[in-house]
Design a protein around this ligand. Structure first.
Ligand code: C2E
Ligand code: MG
Ligand code: MG
Length: 446
């Protein structure tokens, strides 16, 4: 028979293994939850505050993907060591899974103590980690929730609050921390409702496209249109794309919505005279998801539209990540004959360098510069530089958001070829755009 001493050791070992994360030796989610339950009970009994901090590494996935899983494991071990050095004896630090960690901080003056701890944790991960030759720099984002003296929060609620705060911390840029607040909660609920409504709208086919004319600045002729998403949200009314595209991007819904827009825009353009083009906006997220190229091909095939008549509008966000793959997709689209336009040029990170890096067919000068033409010298200088540089590279320019004759005149002087803006037509339903085409064809005949 097994001596009792050995049996006891084996049982101890087994219960340790069941409660700890093997890689880092830290308590696992199960043990963390037990401790949090105890801590909450004590906090309630003694009317003491308690803070929960949820941590998520900022660039862990990058390290794992580029340097491999072994390096990822080493990184997690080093991170665990550094975090352990920062927390107190009375705190519980656990690894919840993946690159997620969490801390229970009882018996401390709150929120000051959680605030100070968060700063120390972030500082502890600032220095790069040696992974045996490779150095990796990860940071950490932290969400904090607390039980105040009233001790009302329950365990699930507390973890949900900390997670929400973490989400907000990530959104506010990496390497930061946030406390949960009811305001945050309200925003989250709104966002969830929006996501649910977007799904319904997609399933029911509630989206529409509006078409805004693009006009040749010399002749005044309509050259084509940009397709812009429109959504009448039940109970809310017209929702501008700026208010729902970002949620569609975060949830992946932009994939099917974007595919629908491509199909619909190509189908509509087939009813127009042959020389007119249709511009469709494509989100950076669509480029990162598989199947964008196929979606374009399928939209062209099912509508029968000549590829040369389709223009894909991208923003600099497309060029910011996974450049090789993105460039390959852009080249494949171009080799079909599809045109590529750089949207919102001059904003965000876009630079003249992008014009050299990739041969666009068209550059769209952002509304923010056009708006100041006539009253701001630097806007003028920028427009002149963009038009000059584009021409040198054989790229056409179109100005967005043209509202006044003064702006149009200045753009003409600088050699800009095309314009789009309220002065020439607001985004309008398909029928209205077709009517406009008929009217302008009649004027041309007179
Ligand atoms: P964008 O592609 O830069 O589109 C131009 C925006 O400027 C449109 O806003 C248009 O209505 C507005 N605009 C045009 N002329 C004028 C003007 O003279 N004055 C002013 N003040 N505004 C003008 P909209 O339709 O609200 O769209 C906003 C953004 O949403 C678009 O910016 C685009 O980035 C995005 N978007 C729209 N449709 C789609 C889509 O189908 N897919 C994707 N991924 N994004 C889309
Ligand atoms: Mg656009
Ligand atoms: Mg734009």
């Amino acid at each position: 028979m097994l001596p009792l001493r050995l049996l006891n050791q084996a049982l101890e070992r087994a219960s340790y293994l069941a409660a700890h994360d093997l890689l880092t030796g830290l308590p696992n989610r199960g043990l963390f939850t037990d401790r949090l339950r105890q801590a909450l009970a004590l906090a309630r009994r003694d009317a003491e505050p308690l803070a929960v901090l949820c941590l998520d590494l900022d660039r862990f996935k990058e390290v794992n993907d580029t340097l491999g899983h072994a390096a990822g494991d080493r990184l997690l071990q080093e991170v665990a060591k550094r975090l352990s050095a920062v927390v107190r004896e009375s705190d519980t630090l656990a690894r919840l899974g993946g690159d997620e960690f969490a801390i229970i901080q009882p018996k401390a003056r709150q929120p000051e103590a959680a605030d100070a701890l968060a700063r120390r944790l972030i500082a502890a991960l600032e220095a790069p980690v040696d992974l045996g030759g490779d150095w990796a720099s990860v940071g950490v984002s932290i969400g904090i929730a607390m039980v105040d003296q009233s001790g009302s929060a329950d365990l699930t609620q507390l973890m949900r609050d900390a997670d929400l705060a973490l989400y907000q911390a990530k959104e506010g840029g990496r390497g930061g921390y946030r406390f949960f607040s009811p305001e945050m909660n309200r925003k989250l609920l709104e966002r969830r409702a929006l996501e649910a409504d977007l799904r319904v709208a997609l399933a029911r086919g509630d989206f529409r496209l509006a078409y805004q004319p693009q006009v040749n600045l010399e002749s005044g002729a309509v050259m084509g249109a940009e397709a812009l998403l429109r959504w009448e949200r039940p109970g809310v009314g017209n929702m501008p794309p700026d208010r729902f595209i970002s949620v569609a991007e975060e949830t992946g819904l932009i994939g099917p919505i974007g595919t629908w827009a491509l199909q619909e825009a190509c189908r509509e353009a087939m009813t127009w005279p042959d020389h007119l083009t249709i511009a469709v906006n494509v989100s950076p997220v669509q480029f990162r998801q598989a199947g964008l190229f196929e979606a374009v091909v399928s939209a062209l095939e099912s509508s029968g539209l000549a590829p040369e008549r389709l223009e894909v509008e991208i923003t600099e966000g497309v060029l910011l990540n996974d450049t090789d793959e993105t460039l390959a997709t852009l080249r494949r689209l171009r080799s079909l004959g599809v045109k590529i336009a750089m949207d919102d040029f001059g904003t965000g990170y876009s630079s003249l360098g992008y014009l050299q890096k990739f041969p666009f067919d068209k550059v769209k000068i952002d509304r923010s510069f056009v708006r100041h033409l006539g009253d701001d010298r630097s806007a003028e200088a920028i427009v002149r530089a963009v038009v000059g540089m584009s021409h040198a590279l054989g790229v056409h320019t179109i100005a967005e958001g043209v509202e006044t004759a003064i702006q149009a005149d200045m753009l003409r002087q600088k050699g800009c070829e095309e314009v789009q803006g309220y002065m020439y037509g607001k985004p309008m339903p398909a029928e209205a755009f077709t009517e406009m085409l008929v009217r302008s064809a009649e004027t041309a005949r007179l």
